[in-house]
Design a protein around this ligand. Structure first.
Ligand code: FES
Ligand code: FE2
Length: 391
């Protein structure tokens, strides 16, 4: 019943912006390559097409199990410009639905709510179960004549394909992305030594950035800017301990080695159980196209989530996890605050550059750039991924 076909109009625009010469640069050797053209960062029509062609068609981090801890808890979220709900069913399972009533299309759940036994539409009070099934339609056959038993074929809430990894809930709105296990396998393969089950959620840091989501995302995996933009980070993990990003399908990953622990970076918090000596000094950076980043440090997990609001405005959320009681125990409150202060400082440094570049994406003096053969193959890979989804 759902139509996920991208619009014809957006197809013409996509082929004009990502024309043959642009695509050839993304696919050539990096010394002859470039990143994406300016219009991809400034055009409202382009963002609309990204919603249709990228965000709706791949696996996206939509929310968290901790947002719906108890049966009957409901968390509304917006993905790819569409309203969804994450629901904890009576049996404890996570379910995801399009948050739109099958009658006249009202949003069913506007705000997070807890311990609901059913979901009732605010317009004409159609009642849905936590499994999405339609349960009751008051006055459906006339005043006082209710449909109390709509039956199994009645129009329930439309389910959304989803997958859960520990606390994280991913969705694939189009329903036809590759299996989640296959999508996730490059990460799972490289992180076998980490006991993610030992982690507890601590808090989320929110940032409102005046920049395109792709500038923020491309900056995530750009290690090249660290000596210039992040002086403290350069002391912690110098550039000569960093390697260029490796890519595998939707994944970008690299590592660095901790040289000098600092407040908020490797001081005071317990490490993942069972890490060997090298593991206790290694940081892993994973970036899952298009909008998720996962940073694994020996004593924390930071999940980055981007939410594109406009071509030049993005919400960035950093969801913080620590090992066991360190996530919540008062004894660790000062060390946790050091970590949050560190992320705030680091992000502020990055956002100045992102906002700087956003302004310059209107300049005819730039149209995709000239790349470093060592650091920037990932920028080309990102442009290829965008092209593959958008074309
Ligand atoms: S729109 Fe939901 S009951 Fe009418
Ligand atoms: Fe940075």
């Amino acid at each position: 019943m759902l139509n996920h076909a991208p619009s014809v109009d957006s197809g013409e625009m996509v082929h004009r912006v990502l024309d043959e010469s642009a695509v050839a640069r993304f696919r050539s050797a990096t010394r002859d390559g470039s990143g994406l053209p300016n219009e991809c960062y400034t055009s409202p029509e382009w963002l609309k097409a990204e919603n249709e062609r990228i965000f709706a068609r791949t696996w996206m981090l939509a929310g968290f199990c901790h947002d719906v801890p108890q049966p009957g808890d409901v968390s509304p979220v917006e993905m790819a410009g569409m309203p969804l709900i994450i629901v904890r069913d009576h049996d404890g399972m996570i379910r995801v639905f399009h948050n739109v009533c099958r009658h006249r299309g009202a949003v069913v759940v506007a705000k997070p709510c807890q311990r609901q036994s059913v979901l009732t539409c605010p317009y004409h009070s159609w009642v849905y179960g936590l499994d999405g099934s339609l349960r009751m339609r008051p006055h459906f056959f006339g005043g006082g004549r209710h449909d109390t038993n709509p039956g199994e074929d009645a129009p329930g809430l439309v389910p959304v394909r989803h997958a859960v990894w520990h606390d994280l809930v991913f969705v694939n709105i189009s329903g036809d992305a590759p299996e989640f296990e296959d999508h996730w396998e490059p990460f799972a393969r490289r992180t076998k030594d980490y006991d993610f089950g030992a982690l507890r959620y601590a808090t989320t840091l929110d940032f409102d950035v005046k920049g395109n989501w792709k500038l923020i995302y491309e900056n995530f995996y750009d290690a090249y800017h660290v000596p210039t933009v992040h002086p403290k980070l350069e002391v912690f993990t110098p550039l000569d301990t960093r390697v260029a990003v490796d890519t595998e399908g939707p994944w970008f990953h690299n590592t660095s080695m901790i040289q000098e622990p600092q407040p908020g970076r490797g001081i005071g918090m317990p490490m993942y159980p069972g890490l060997d000596g090298k593991g206790q000094r290694t940081e892993w950076y994973f970036h899952l196209f298009p909008t998720t980043a996962i940073q694994i440090w020996p004593d924390q997990l930071a999940i980055f989530q981007l939410h594109a609001l406009a071509p030049d405005r993005t919400m960035e959320h950093i969801h913080m996890y620590f090992v066991g009681d360190a996530a919540t125990d008062e004894a660790y409150a000062g060390y946790r605050q050091d970590v949050y202060d560190m992320w705030n400082e680091l992000n502020t440094e990055d956002f100045e550059i992102v906002e700087n570049m956003q302004g310059a994406r209107t300049s005819p003096g730039f149209d995709g750039g000239v790349l470093s053969p060592y650091w920037d193959p990932a920028t080309q890979h990102f442009a290829r991924l965008v092209t593959d989804f958008m074309h």
